[in-house]
Design a protein around this ligand. Structure first.
Ligand code: P5A
Length: 436
C-alpha cells in the first residue's frame, strides 16, 4: 500500500485514555479506533494483523483435525433456557428482542448453539468424534472494559467444541487442542504456558488457561522455565498417536506453573529455574463432560444400540486480545516490534527524498517486487517523521532509500527488532525481506 493512499492515521501525542503500552501503541500506530466503550473498529493496518493471527490459528486448528464452520452472532434465548444458563449468565449477556418480541442474545460463547447443531445432525457413535470451530465476534457486557482490545465488550474469539463418545475420547480431544495451542502461540512469536484454571460460567472440572508473560498482565504467574524448551513440533508429537498425546500431556503437567490463586509456595521453592511475572490469558480450554449435551438432549446410539450422551469440551483463543497481547510482549520506547508472522506488512519502504528520480525509481521497483508485502511511505515528509512512524508501526524491516545510496543502486535495510542496519543492493534487500 502507498501511505498517501491509505488510512493509517498515526498520532504523535500519547492518548490520555490509554493506561497500558499496547493500547497506547494501537491508537498511535493507527490500528484501531474506539467506537463505543469496549467496541473497536479495525483500521487497515490493525485488520491485517488480526487476519494474520486468525490465519495462523486456523491453520493449526485445521492441522489438529478440527473443522471450520461459521455460526451467527445472534442466538435464540430458548437454547440457553434449555441448558439452564439463560438466567444465571447475568448482566454480561447482551439481551435483545426482535420485532415479534422474541428473546435473542448476542452470543458470549457458543456451547448451546453447537450442541443444538449436533443434536440435529448426528445419530450414531460412528459419527463421533467431532471437533468444530469458528472464528466469530462475541459480546460480553464487561463491567469494566479496559486496556483497549485486551478486555473489550465486542471481541473476536476462536472457539472450538469437541464431541466424543466417552470421557476417554474427550481427554484425547483435550490433549490435541492443548498441543495445537502450543504450536499456535509459538508461531505467533510468544511463549504461552498452560496453567490449571477454574472454569467459571463455562463449567466442568478440567481446564487450562494459556498465559503469556507481559509486564501489564492482569494476574501474577509463576512457572518453571523447563516449559520453554519443550519441543512441541510435529517431529516431536503426532495428533494421530494416542501415546504421543499422552506423553505430551505428561510433559505439560509436570513442570510447575500456577496463577496467583493456585500458587503453592512449598512446591515453588523446589523449582530451580524460576520464571515469574505478570501474565495475560490468551486462551482457555475446558472439559465439561455432559454439562450441555445432557440437558439439551444430545444423544447418539452406542455400539450396542443403547443411547449415549456425548462428552464435550470447548476451547477458546482470544484472537483480538492477542493483537494487544503480542504488542505487550514485543515493544520498546519507539513503538511496536511485530513478529514477521503477524506484521501488517513485512517491510516499510522509506523514500527519503520524494521527487528525486533515482529514489523514486528504486522505491517503485522495490514496491512492485515486494508485491503487497510492503507499505510505501511516499509522503512528502521529513526523514525523521518517516523513521519515527516506521518504528512506531513496527514493520519487521525498513528499506530506507536516500539519494546518496540510490545514485549507486544501494539502499539501507534496518531490522526493527535488533536495530541492525546494513547497506545492500535492491536485490539483496528483497531477498532478506522474504528470508531467501
Ligand atoms: C471456550 C471457547 C470460553 O468462552 N467457550 C468457548 C469457552 N472461554 S473464555 O475463557 O471465556 O474465553 C476464551 C478466550 O477469549 C478471550 N476473551 C476476551 N478477549 C477480549 N475481551 C474480552 N472481554 C474477553 N473475554 C475473553 C480470552 O483470551 C479467553 O481466553
Amino acid at each position: 500500500m502507498r501511505l498517501t493512499r491509505s488510512l493509517v492515521p498515526t498520532i504523535k501525542e500519547i492518548p490520555s485514555e490509554a493506561q497500558i503500552a499496547s493500547h497506547r501503541l494501537m491508537l498511535r500506530a493507527g490500528l484501531v479506533r474506539q467506537t463505543s466503550a469496549g467496541i473497536y473498529a479495525w483500521l487497515p493496518a490493525g485488520y491485517r494483523v488480526l487476519q494474520n493471527i486468525a490465519r495462523i490459528v486456523r491453520e493449526e486448528q485445521d492441522a489438529s483435525g478440527a473443522q471450520e464452520v461459521l455460526m451467527p452472532t445472534l442466538q435464540s434465548a430458548d437454547l440457553w433456557r434449555q441448558s439452564g444458563r439463560y438466567d444465571g449468565y447475568g448482566a454480561e449477556m447482551l439481551r435483545l428482542k426482535d420485532r415479534h418480541e422474541r428473546d435473542l442474545l448476542y452470543g458470549p460463547t457458543n456451547e448451546e448453539m453447537i450442541t443444538d447443531l449436533l443434536r440435529q445432525s448426528i445419530k450414531s457413535y460412528r459419527e463421533l468424534p467431532q471437533n468444530l470451530y469458528h472464528i466469530q465476534w462475541k459480546f460480553r457486557d464487561e463491567v469494566r472494559p479496559r486496556f483497549g482490545v485486551m478486555r473489550g465488550r465486542e471481541f473476536l474469539m476462536k472457539d472450538a467444541y469437541s464431541f466424543d463418545l466417552d470421557q476417554a475420547g474427550a481427554v484425547i480431544a483435550y490433549r490435541k487442542m492443548m498441543l495445537a495451542y502450543m504450536r499456535t502461540f509459538r508461531r505467533l512469536g510468544v511463549q504461552a504456558i498452560p496453567m490449571a484454571a477454574d472454569t467459571g460460567p463455562i463449567g466442568g472440572d478440567l481446564s487450562h488457561e494459556f498465559i503469556i508473560l507481559a509486564p501489564t498482565g492482569e494476574s501474577q504467574v509463576y512457572y518453571d522455565a523447563a516449559f520453554e524448551t519443550i519441543d512441541t513440533s510435529p517431529a516431536a508429537f503426532s495428533f494421530d498417536s494416542e501415546a504421543d498425546l499422552e506423553r505430551f500431556a505428561t510433559l505439560m503437567t509436570t513442570p510447575y506453573a500456577a496463577t496467583d490463586e493456585k500458587h503453592d509456595e512449598a512446591a515453588w521453592a523446589k523449582v530451580t529455574n524460576k520464571r515469574e511475572g505478570r501474565g495475560i490469558e490468551v486462551g482457555q480450554i475446558f472439559y465439561f463432560g455432559t454439562k450441555y449435551s445432557d440437558p439439551m438432549g444430545l444423544r447418539v446410539a452406542g455400539p450396542d444400540g443403547a443411547q449415549v450422551i456425548p462428552h464435550m469440551g470447548s476451547y477458546g483463543i482470544g484472537v483480538s486480545r492477542l493483537v494487544g497481547a503480542l504488542i505487550e510482549a514485543h515493544h520498546d520506547d519507539a513503538g511496536i516490534i511485530w513478529d514477521d508472522a503477524v506484521a501488517p506488512w513485512k517491510a516499510a519502504i522509506l523514500n527519503l527524498k520524494m521527487g528525486d528520480a533515482a529514489c523514486n525509481a528504486i522505491c517503485e521497483d522495490i514496491y512492485a517486487k515486494l508485491a503487497g508485502n510492503a507499505l510505501y511511505d511516499d509522503r512528502d515528509e521529513r526523514a525523521g517523521v518517516k523513521f519515527n512512524d516506521a518504528d512506531l508501526m513496527g514493520h519487521p524491516w525498513q528499506v530506507i532509500v536516500g539519494p546518496r545510496g540510490a545514485a549507486k543502486g544501494m539502499v539501507e535495510l534496518k531490522r526493527r527488532a535488533t536495530g541492525e542496519r546494513m547497506e545492500v543492493s535492491v536485490e539483496d534487500a528483497i531477498r532478506k525481506v522474504f528470508f531467501l
